[in-house]
Design a protein around this ligand. Structure first.
Ligand code: IVH
Length: 721
């Protein structure tokens, strides 16, 4: 093997690995720029030595391989990628190639922002969204229709229009708005979960979730930038098709512009270089497209990308500054995270003083030392991170930073549970920052939302030794004498505080459960657990195995919750909260019964369902008097099988002769005219939607699919238009 062959092989393998990490695992091991450089290097070598190019070279591929979770579909039109460049000189060359390719004919460009999310192909048939498919490997992608349906700014029904083909594809980018990303990460931090690296990963992770209800909670959004149909004749240009897409109700970012020369393109690029940071969506460059569809066809395609378009990528925003100090924060769950304190430096629109270093591994990997000149990057990330060290500027005699062995707050020996990247302080009951953070969580808006007792006040009370656990909060009314002596605690503040504490006793049990700060029990899980067990006593008496059978509650969550409730210290807190009058059970009726036709029947729901989420099906069954359980036994009446039900469940049901029915069978049993009235909400829906507003079908109630067995319910389409 020659040295060149070796080099090609090594580059190919590296790129395959990076591709796999990026597309399958959502891990960006290297900055985009470095990946693109490696790819360009390989492309260059392959051009010079085509005989050494490997058959499956990453230069020939459009993207990653396909995940197994979702059914896949072939793309009617290949989903190609774009040629990338970071240089204006390359853009001028591109312009020359286009000019030559069009034989001197006049042409116009369209410039658009390059949104940093997940590419999506949406099919609309007769004005209705019928399919959403990810890019996958460019030829075939994952069908994630139910998940994209949760994207609020994406119309499920289009405004009817004469120029709208009966079937067409809208291409575009699904993304997580930056404020949503920040909020999500804050919640994850509070729940002791690993942080998401950037909005793109968060978005792609969300789209892979099996339960569309969880996807909806991620508040993804969509921008359309492409239109495909067998007959695009009605639209001579890409820009005309963008205007049409928008007029039909599809979201099109209004940042695009027609440019009549490369100079205008460069002006657009410069204009958005900083302005893009004011948008609520991450962008990493500009896409430049030849506007005229016929001219696009003349220019054609290379194996992987169109010759009529190119992406200009902004260099990742980076700055060089000095690392002064590394401090260690202890979070609510005891996770210890290093935070780098830097000499302030301007970066991508803000002044950066701190950067994250994620964990101990990263300190070692970067060989960070105090006093080093470091590079900080913002890239897609919100919190800047240290990406490297300028070794040429390392001060003499510098020493490596060693991660502390003991908790910086309480000196307890740190542990690192197997499989976790974070060191943790195990002193849950005595470590001040953990106790304080739990109190802050308890009083926070989404938990008990105690008026007059914000994070700051509760922190102050903690420092003064007035409160240590949430239960202590309810002793405060008896300690009025001590409160009045405090500075900045006037009569009015005390009244507010006491009224807030009193009012918190009305906060429903699911939020109390969330407020307890049990690791992995976020809002959704707390809601599910409360709805399922209804009282804290029932919940506390349940084993981890049984907890794990509740929909949305995985093994790790179940273990964590069961361990929490078995702990004496926690049980004491619970008892005291209960005694203080805090809601430790759901009040009111269980969801109202609609009929009694399922009384005495038990069901297991397994797999992913088409028309309802699991929760909806469970509610439906319970409203008709049935029960839903987690495990299959001889006594079980029915196993309701969705898509991708585990084979073990099916086998067990067959073995115990439990009938297996489908979602449709179940709704057919229930949707006879006398129990579910025709939902008249459809009739009153406005036929002509307001301009620029995507037309949404009524959100509630979702009618059961008209079942051939009962003939119940009319199709939605006829009633809408
Ligand atoms: S056009 C034939 N326009 O960038 C290529 N792509 O490698 C059609 N992207 O995965 C793509 N913003 O998801 C186009 N305004 C835009 C875009 C855009 C983001 C993404 C797209 C694709 C990647 C291109």
């Amino acid at each position: 093997m020659t040295a060149i062959q070796d080099q090609i092989k090594a580059l190919t393998e590296r790129l395959h690995h990076l591709n796999y990490q990026y597309y399958q695992k959502d891990i960006s091991e290297v900055p985009d720029q470095e990946f693109d450089q490696l790819l360009a290097e390989l492309q260059h070598l392959e051009q010079q030595y085509p005989e050494f190019a490997l058959p499956n070279s990453p230069t020939q591929r459009v993207g990653g391989t396909i995940t197994k979770q979702f059914p896949t579909a072939l793309h009617r039109y290949l989903m190609l990628s774009l040629g990338n460049t970071y240089s204006e000189a390359d853009l001028r060359e591109f312009d020359e190639r286009v000019r030559r390719g069009l034989g001197g004919d006049e042409f116009t460009y369209v410039c658009e922002l390059k949104f940093d999310g997940v590419a999506m192909s949406l099919t609309y048939t007769d004005g209705q969204l019928t399919q959403g498919v990810t890019r996958g490997d460019g030829t075939r992608g994952d069908v994630v229709t139910n998940n994209v349906r949760t994207i609020k700014n994406l119309p499920l029904y289009l405004r009817p229009a004469e120029n709208q083909p009966a079937e067409f594809e809208a291409r575009g980018e699904v993304f997580m708005p930056l404020p949503v990303f920040e909020e999500l990460n804050k919640e994850r931090e509070q729940n002791g979960e690993a942080l998401l690296a950037n909005p793109r990963n968060a978005c792609s992770g969300a789209l892979k979730l099996q339960d569309s209800a969880l996807v909806a909670a991620r508040r993804l959004r969509f921008f359309s930038y492409g239109f495909l149909s067998p007959n695009r004749g009605a639209f001579p240009t890409h820009s005309a098709s963008l205007e049409a897409l928008q007029s039909w109700g599809l979201p099109v970012s209004d940042s695009w512009r027609r440019c009549h020369s490369m100079q205008e393109v460069l002006d657009f690029i410069h204009e958005w270089e900083k302005k893009r940071f004011t948008l609520p969506v991450a962008t990493d460059g500009i896409v430049i497209k030849v506007d005229n569809f016929r001219q696009q066809e003349v220019l054609g395609y290379t194996a992987k990308s169109p010759r009529w378009a190119i992406a200009y990528k902004y260099p990742a925003e980076a700055a060089r500054t000095r690392l002064r100090e590394v401090q260690y924060n202890v979070g609510r769950t005891g996770a210890v995270t290093p935070v780098a304190h830097l000499d302030p430096v301007p970066l991508a629109g803000t002044v950066v003083k701190r950067a994250s270093v994620h964990n101990a591994n990263q300190i070692a990997a970067l060989d960070l030392r105090l006093g080093d000149m470091v590079f900080v990057e913002k890239g897609g990330e919100i919190i800047p991170k240290i990406t490297g060290v300028d070794l040429t500027a390392r001060p003499a005699g510098s020493l490596p930073i060693s991660f502390p062995a003991n908790c910086p707050a309480c000196d307890t020996l740190l542990i690192r549970p197997a499989g976790e990247v974070h060191f943790r302080c195990p002193n849950e009951r005595g470590c001040p920052p953990q106790l304080k953070a739990r109190l802050e969580h308890y009083v926070s808006r989404k938990a008990l939302n105690i008026d007059g007792l914000g994070a700051e006040t509760v922190g102050r009370f903690f420092d003064l030794g007035l409160v240590t656990t949430p239960a202590d909060i309810y002793d405060l009314p008896q300690r009025r004498d001590e409160l009045v002596k405090l500075e900045r605690m006037g009569e009015k503040s005390i009244q507010n505080l006491l009224a807030g504490i009193e009012a918190s006793k009305q906060v429903p049990f699911d939020r109390v459960l969330f407020g307890l700060g049990i690791r992995y029990v976020g809002e959704t899980v707390a809601d599910k657990l409360a709805a399922h067990y209804r009282t804290v006593d029932a919940l506390a008496a349940t084993s981890a195995t049984d907890l794990a059978a509740v929909p949305e509650v995985g093994g790790v969550i179940a273990e964590s919750a069961a361990a929490w409730f078995q702990d004496d210290f926690n049980r004491q807190i619970m008892t005291r909260l209960q005694a203080a009058g805090v809601q430790m059970a759901l009040t009111g009726e269980a969801p109202k019964a609609v009929s009694d036709r399922l009384v005495g029947l038990t069901f297991v729901l397994s797999g992913v369902f088409e028309d309802h989420s699991r929760d909806e099906l469970q509610q439906l069954i319970e409203q008709h008097g049935g029960k839903v359980t987690g495990s299959i036994s001889k006594k079980l009446s029915y196993l309701v099988a969705g898509d991708k039900m585990g084979p073990a469940k099916r086998e067990k049901a067959l073995e115990l002769k439990v009938p297996i029915i489908s979602e449709n069978d179940l709704t057919a049993i229930l949707s006879t005219p006398e129990t579910i009235a025709e939902p008249d909400i459809f009739v009153s829906l406005p036929v002509t939607p307001l301009a620029n507003e995507p037309v949404e079908p009524p959100t509630n109630p979702a009618p059961a699919a008209p079942s051939p067995a009962t003939g119940g319910g009319a199709g939605q389409q006829g009633l809408l238009f």
